[in-house]
Design a protein around this ligand. Structure first.
Ligand SMILES: Nc1nc2c(c(=O)[nH]1)N[C@H]1C(S)=C(S)[C@@H](COP(=O)(O)O)O[C@H]1N2
Ligand SMILES: [Mo]
Length: 323
């Protein structure tokens, strides 16, 4: 990202360690690229103070009547300003510091979500109808990117299973596919071929029905900032961040494993399952450790990101083959 900026940059050329985690190359990169936003703000992030109000005061509409969740971690919450200013959102930019500004005026209302495929109740719903389906919970989850950084976020939503039950899937429905909005006018990244658009992700039906799989529409007590996936996204805490699609417009029930965007883009690097697994290295880097945004020292990455409750979903599967 520091070396090459342009419309045809490919993921295989994007080496996150170089821009963010490896200090030596990071400084070398700075010398090459001068004062890019990445380099400048990278320094700020490395030295960001540890005592910051968690709610951050986003100014977005507060969400009332939140239930506390027994699934929440008690770890220290990552400051709002870090979570909302360091985003992977390729529809806006491959530069993690840019989506916050580029998504500022993104229109999230009106917003329709199509529910179709192998279900009894095919329908097109307004996102506000979806949000009202079940009572909102605050879920404080660990969230880890495949690139080696992690965050702890008080997300707001309800289990995806609530929506699935109401849609009444047929027996043929074996997987759930999520599709992000396609809107080149609003999303500058979609005018490039950095990924095949629209962004698609998927879960096996039992994964989608697991109580930890969260359909998410808020964080830090309020609505989602655009750069974090407003108005509706998934949060699947035992999987790498890229399984958690943002700005969802379609939830489709299918009989075959969906072709997820990252797998199509680099099949040897990103599989369908993408469970957080410190024992399966990414072809270009180790997955053994991670760095919490706002912290300096790395910590060991936990199997399933510490969510052992999901282990039984993968009994008998070779998780090195099914990465
Ligand atoms: N539509 C869409 N969803 C996406 C992405 C993306 O580029 N586009 N990036 C994924 C990746 S790689 C990560 S790590 C998380 C980041 O979520 P966050 O910015 O809220 O931390 O979003 C995921 N969902
Ligand atoms: Mo990611």
């Amino acid at each position: 990202m520091l070396i090459k900026k342009g419309s045809d940059i490919k993921w295989s050329e994007v080496t996150p360690q170089r821009t963010y985690l490896d200090r030596r190359k990071f400084l070398a990169g700075m010398a090459v690229a001068g004062t890019t936003a990445v380099a400048g703000l990278g320094v700020r992030n490395l030295i960001s103070p540890s005592v910051v109000r968690a709610d951050g005061g986003s100014g977005l509409a507060p969400i009332q009547g939140l239930q506390k969740s027994p699934f929440s971690t008690t770890e220290k919450i990552t400051p709002f300003k870090d979570v909302s200013n360091y985003n992977n959102y390729y529809e806006f930019s491959t530069d993690k510091y840019e989506p916050a500004a580029l998504a500022k005026n993104f229109r999230t209302s009106p917003w329709k979500v199509t529910i179709d495929g192998h279900v009894k109740k095919k329908q097109v719903l307004d996102v506000d109808e979806i949000i009202k389906m079940a009572s909102p919970e605050e879920r404080i989850y660990r969230h880890r990117c495949v690139e080696g950084w992690s965050i702890v976020v008080p997300w707001i939503g309800f289990p995806l299973s609530e929506l699935i039950k109401r849609a009444e899937p047929l027996d043929k429905a074996k997987f759930v596919e999520f599709t992000t909005i396609l809107d080149m006018r609003q999303m500058p990244g979609q005018r490039t071929n950095v990924l095949d658009w629209p962004y698609v992700e998927g879960l096996r039906m039992d994964e989608a029905m697991h109580p930890l799989a969260l359909l998410c529409f808020g964080m830090y007590g309020a609505a989602l900032p655009n750069q974090d996936g407003a108005p509706l996204r998934m949060v699947v805490p035992w999987k790498y961040g890229f399984k958690s699609a943002k700005a969802i417009v379609r939830i489709r029930f299918v009989d075959k494993q969906p072709e997820n965007t990252w797998n199509r883009s680099a099949p040897n690097e990103y599989g369908f399952y993408s469970n957080v697994n410190p024992h399966v290295d990414h072809p270009r880097w180790s997955q053994a450790n991670e760095r919490r945004l706002g912290e300096f020292f790395k910590r060991p990455t936990l199997m399933f990101n510490g969510y052992d409750q999901v282990a039984s979903l993968y009994n008998g599967m070779d998780l090195k083959k099914n990465f």
